[in-house]
Design a protein around this ligand. Structure first.
Ligand code: PNW
Length: 462
């Protein structure tokens, strides 16, 4: 085959990792089995109006009882890696104290099932299901939670570390901290900027402490990392006000995580913005050294980019309270069912920018995908050409970023299955495999077959 591939996807190397991702609360169900205690999401789902249709994760995709068949699905798609998360309240009920062997046994079986089918397990330790008891003790705004997380990480590692070689501490601390504690859209539903920022710091501290503990506990080399959802923030125009709005948005979405992780400091401009709101980051001596503990891989979740403006519709740069105007300017671009603008070019820009500003750390796309208004035929098959187009364009964006020097090592589609999409409940479907929630039947969508064929083609070319 020619070295100059017509499709940039065909330039991805033979060593490139191909996978799918899920998370515990979104697929497992079985919320009261084998000693699992409630998480903040079990509680939040019971708050009237918090989740669409009053949906919850009680049953979800019933993955807890269908795990071997779901693993078979992954293997049949020809994928080499599966990214899943461990439910903290399953393996350490209440968030402290001894392990729950029955809860750990599930992940033990999952790992063995994967390895038996030639699929590499990638474990995420925290994908948002904080034990409710820890929330009752203050949650992520409280410093102690970081230490509880490090203990929990060690306990999972002690059981799975002999077979799992890649570990992600946190999934998307922006969502945990800001959606959970500052904006109230996610569990536990608090709305306080100070709580949100304290949560940011304690999540990062927990990440650093856990990284140190796992590194010390590992007998052989392991790959340790964190996954961030990074949101490209571009100015709507070249005006100083719009550029400042984009700077501020980038600061709070991206640099407040990246700078401490890779440069050992919080960005000054973000600290100044927060101080203007009367908020400070609760940093203690030595915290930043812990947070900047070297990692082996940065997980990047990308869904959309946004344009930002510092000017309102009337041309004013200050709101009534004298604060700078901050607003997202919608573009005339196609959107997913989430209302998210489809901007693959921003994905390339983001990866190239990471390579430039935070050089040296390999990148893996730990999530990328889209919800669309799927219409199954009478056999449950979904001809999701919109999702195929989304995934194709975004994989091309990854390949282009690699050609521009970004060290991207792999790609995980979000998600294997339609699942519990947080505050949107079961309304929004991100799966490449359809789930019929009445029968729990799984039917690969056209996008799953496309993904299988693409992976096979790229591997065969090599
Ligand atoms: C991620 N935003 O969440 C999560 O890691 C997944 O669990 C989730 O299902 C997936 O993306 C799709 O939403 C996000 O508002 C939630 O920017 C919200 C945002 C981004 C990511």
């Amino acid at each position: 085959p020619s070295r100059h591939a017509a499709d940039p996807i065909d330039s991805l190397p033979p060593t490139f990792r191909w996978g799918v991702a899920t998370s515990s609360y979104q697929i497992e169900g079985a919320v009261a089995e084998d000693g699992r205690t409630p998480s903040i999401w079990d509680t939040f789902c019971r708050v009237p109006g918090a989740v669409a249709n009053g949906d919850d994760g009680d049953v979800a995709c019933d993955h807890y009882h269908r795990m071997p068949a779901d693993v078979a699905l992954i293997a049949d798609l020809g994928l080499d890696t599966y990214r899943f998360s461990v439910a903290w309240p399953r393996v350490q009920p209440g968030g402290r104290g001894p392990a729950n062997p029955a809860g750990l046994a599930f992940y033990d079986r999952l790992v063995d099932e994967l390895l038996g089918r030639g699929v590499d397990p990638w474990v995420t330790l925290y994908h948002w299901d904080l034990p409710q008891e820890l929330e009752d003790a203050g949650g992520w705004p409280v410093r102690d939670t970081a230490y509880r997380f490090a203990d929990y990480a060690e306990l999972v590692f002690a059981r799975l570390g002999d077979r799992v070689k890649t570990w992600t501490t946190l999934n998307e601390p922006w969502c945990s901290a800001m959606l959970g504690y500052a904006y109230g859209d996610h569990a536990p539903g608090r709305r306080d900027l100070g709580d949100g920022i304290a949560a940011v710091h304690h999540l990062l501290l927990g990440h650093g402490l856990a990284t140190q503990r796992l590194r010390a506990a590992a007998p052989a080399p392991v790959e340790l990392g964190i996954t961030l959802n990074l949101a490209p923030a571009d100015p709507a125009t070249d005006s100083p006000a719009d550029r400042d709005a984009a700077r501020a948005a980038d600061g709070l979405a991206n640099r407040i995580y990246l700078d401490p992780l890779f440069h050992g400091r919080y960005p000054q401009d973000v600290l100044a913005d927060l101080a203007a709101e009367g908020v400070r980051v609760p940093v203690r001596d030595g915290d930043l050294e812990v947070i900047a503990t070297p990692i082996d891989v940065l997980g990047v979740n990308y869904y959309f980019g946004q344009l930002h403006s510092g000017v309102d519709e009337q041309g004013r740069e200050r709101d009534e309270g004298g604060r700078p105007v901050r607003r997202v300017v919608p573009r005339d671009l196609p959107r997913t069912a989430m209302g998210w603008e489809i901007v693959p070019e921003s994905f390339t820009d983001l990866l190239v920018r990471l390579h430039r500003d935070y050089p040296g750390v390999p990148l893996v796309i730990t999530e990328n995908g889209a919800a669309f208004d799927d219409r199954p035929d009478e056999d449950g098959f979904v001809a999701d050409d919109d999702r195929v187009a989304y995934l194709t364009e975004h994989l091309r964006a990854v390949a282009r970023a690699r050609s521009a020097g970004a060290d991207v090592r792999g790609y995980f589609a979000w998600s294997l299955l339609d699942n519990f999409e947080w505050a949107y409940g079961y309304d929004k479907r991100f799966g490449i495999v359809r789930v019929d929630y009445d029968t729990q039947r799984r039917t690969p969508k056209r996008s799953a077959l496309w993904y299988r064929d693409t992976v096979r083609r790229v591997r065969d070319r090599a």
